[in-house]
Every structure is written in C-alpha cells, then in structure tokens.
Ligand binder design. Structure first.
Ligand code: HOZ
Length: 422
C-alpha cells in the first residue's frame, strides 16, 4: 500500500530522520503528525493525542505557541539567514549568561550534538589532554567520541557502541557507571594527567530518568578539579527545563562548560555551548580551537528561542509544571500499585520516567535489570486511548504549560483505566 510511511521507508533509512521515532522497540508503525497545538498532536489518520514527548523536550510552552509563532513571523519579514552577526544572537547570549550561573560567554550552534561536540574539543584544547570520561547510558548526541555505551536511540536499537566509531576514538572515551564516586576516583588515578573532562547529563535522561544520589554531583566536580580536569554539563534536556538555570541552578553547582539545546530554540533547531570566559576565549577567532557554522545564530531560530526564554523568565511556570507532573506520577503510582506491578517513577520538575522495578534505579545496570518488557504493552494501550508517551523504555516524558489541570485530570483517568486493563 502506498501509505506515507511506506513512501518514507523507500527513501529515508528506516522511514525516519531519527531512530527512536521508528517505534521499533514498542512495535507497530509510527503515526505521522500533521500538526501540533498546545499539548496535542493531530495525526494524518485523524487521531488527537495528548503528547508527553513534547518534541523530545523543546515544547515546554506547548506546541505552536502563539507568542513564539508571532516572533518567528516577525523575524521572517526581515530575512531567513544573514551570515553576519545579528541582533538576535546578542540578545540570546545575554539571556543565557544571565540565566545559567556558570556561563560567562556562549556560542550558538544548531543542535545539541554540535554543542557537546564543541565542548569536548574545547576541553581538549584547554587542558591539552585527550581522554574524556562519560557515563554508561548517558547520551550526548551522535558524534564519535560520545557514541560509546550511549543511551537514547543508540541503546534502544542495541548500538550503544556505534559501528563507524574508530577504536582509537573509543579508546579516548573512558566509560563509568553513574552515581559511583569510587569508580570515578579510580579512573582518575589510573589516567592521571590524561583526562581532559568529564561530560555528563547531570540528571541522566536518556536511559529513563536517573537521579543523582546525595552529594554525587558536588563530589564529582571536586574530584575532577583535583585532577585539573574540566566538568561539562550536558544540559540540552535539563537547561531551562528543570529550572531556568538548569540542574546547575537546582543543585547549586558550577560546571566549567555547559551544552544547551532544545528549549532555547523554541522548537526550531538551536544549540549553544558556554562557560568560563578563559575557556571560551580559546575559540577561533580569538584562540586556536576551531568551530564554525553557516546557520549558527540563525535569526528565525533565535527569535523563537528568545521568546521561549523570555516567557519562562516572565511567567516562571516551574512550580505549576512540577505540580501537574506530580499529579501524573501519583496517578501512575496508584494505578500500578493497585494492579500489583512494581514501578519506580523518578521525577524532577516537568520530567519523569517509568521503570518497572521494585527498588530505586541508580545507574545503567539497574535500568537493564528492570522489567523492560512491561513498557511496550503499556505504551501501546495508552496510545490507543490517545496518550503519547516516548516510544522507548529509555526515554523521558515531558509535561508542558499547555497540560492544564483539566488535561492532566483526564490523562490520569485514562491512564488508570489503561493500567487496569493490562
Ligand atoms: N535523541 C532523542 C531522544 N533523546 C530523539 C530525538 C528524535 O527522535 O527526534
């Protein structure tokens, strides 16, 4: 049959432009979205879905937000790309430096992948060292150094160590379990003076959501600095989501470099990386670390991003988002417990995930030991009833300001029935 997805499969690998979208781990074919509004997706088959994917993080103000749309329309009148400095990028740089405690200077790029890739190069250039520490199950985009024991789609499809990444590159990436300070100390002792940086999602959200224990983040920074290595926070998901200033604001911790993306593009393709001025000043044209991009600082994308950030600053919706998310988590907890299914439901602000496990999930090993086979039937039943969760047990759910009390109550009602029917 000549469906849209069959046509896609003929001309796009797997029929998708990003692997998790293919629904392979949950079964069935992906639906195709025609339009999105508020907290809803509208499919080409006429289904209206309450969306907890939120375009994988950016849609914190809901889809097709009217203010963001107006800002993009306004920018469109002036041209789509200039290839020269422009006013939007100055405003955005000021907004980011004001909101994110550790960032003194920032450069715009076009995706989170570019942001983490540039952080790694900059850390190597600054420290004159080659090795990087990352954590098992953390995902930092799809560039070579970090596609080693990675999370997200790489994990969903069984390629945490991607084909095409050379042995040499993988050798420079030291992979450790998250939440384990002894392993971290050992790695530094064994590679003393070789580690340029630790890169981490300070709250990993690409193997499901895993919370840091106690003073883990604070101690991690201390250990890195004792060995003169940098700490890179990948706040592509958590920046402007957990709080305006991300996990670093929430935890009161100062990384050396930070990668951002998602929300700062207001739904358009944007990334950014920034940090201490003495490190950022090593970038060309001031310094020897090269990094560039034709569309970096794109006026349309930054008009959207500036509006998103301004709205978050002005309305500070974080407490309300947390409350709505807590309602969903509570209802899931009650319904699964009534059904006799053990779950862990880690939550931070408007992010949460579901692990089928009877004790807290602290790291990748615990994630893999959970009863992941339970996810797919739950996902499919919820989707049939009009609720869209991420199509993989390893992803995180997002709530937006468009998920009103009414929507959340209806969602809870539906989810209770879905879980009862499992
Ligand atoms: N890597 C993204 C999830 N963490 C998936 C992005 C997408 O498929 O759009």
């Amino acid at each position: 049959m000549d469906t849209l997805f069959n046509r896609a499969k003929k001309r796009i690998p797997g029929g998708v432009n990003s692997p998790v979208r293919a629904f392979r781990s949950v079964g069935g074919e992906p639906f195709i979205t025609e339009r999105a509004e508020g907290c809803h997706l509208y499919t080409t088959e006429g289904q209206k879905l309450t969306d907890f994917v939120g375009t994988w993080g950016p849609a914190i103000l809901g889809h097709n937000n009217p203010e963001i749309r107006a800002a993009v329309n306004g920018a469109l009148e002036k041209g789509t790309s200039f290839g020269t400095p422009n006013p939007y990028e100055v405003t955005m740089a000021e907004l980011i430096c004001e909101a994110v405690p550790s960032i003194e200077k920032v450069r715009m790029v076009n995706s989170g992948t570019e942001a983490t890739m540039s952080c790694i190069r900059l850390a190597r250039g600054f420290t004159q060292r080659e090795k990087i520490i990352k954590f098992e199950g953390c995902y930092h985009g799809h560039h070579d150094s970090l596609l080693v024991k990675a999370g997200s789609g790489a994990l969903t499809f069984g390629n945490p160590d991607s084909a095409g990444v050379t042995e040499g590159t993988a050798r420079d990436t030291v992979v450790l379990p998250y939440n384990d300070l002894d392993a971290l100390k050992n790695a530094f002792e064994q590679n003393s003076e070789e580690i340029a940086a630790i890169i981490l999602e300070p709250i990993p959200a690409n193997m499901g959501l895993v919370m840091p224990e106690g003073n883990y983040l604070k101690n991690l920074v201390e250990i890195a600095h004792n060995f003169s290595a940098l700490v890179i926070f990948d706040e592509v998901m958590s920046g402007f989501r957990v709080a305006l200033g991300g996990v670093q604001e929430w935890a009161g911790i100062t990384p050396d470099l930070t990668a951002l993306g998602k929300i700062i593009g207001g739904g358009l393709p944007v990334g950014a990386f920034g940090g201490r001025a003495e490190i950022m000043d090593l970038l060309a044209p001031d310094g020897p670390v090269y990094q560039a991009g034709t569309l970096s600082g794109n006026p349309l994308a930054l008009a959207a991003g500036i509006t998103a950030v301004n709205t978050l600053q002005n309305e500070s919706p974080y407490a309300k988002l947390d409350e709505m998310t807590q309602m969903i988590v509570d209802c899931l907890s009650e319904a699964f417990s009534a059904k006799g299914i053990a779950v862990q439901l880690p939550q931070i602000g408007s992010m949460f995930s579901i692990f089928f496990a009877d004790s807290a999930v602290r790291n990748f090993e615990d994630v893999m030991a959970s009863e992941r086979h339970r996810f797919s039937p739950f996902f499919s039943e919820a989707l049939k009833k009009g609720i869209f969760f991420p199509p993989s047990a390893f992803e995180t759910c997002f709530v937006s300001t468009a998920h009103t009390q009414d929507v959340v109550e209806q969602t809870c009602d539906t989810l209770s029935r879905v879980i009862q029917s499992l």
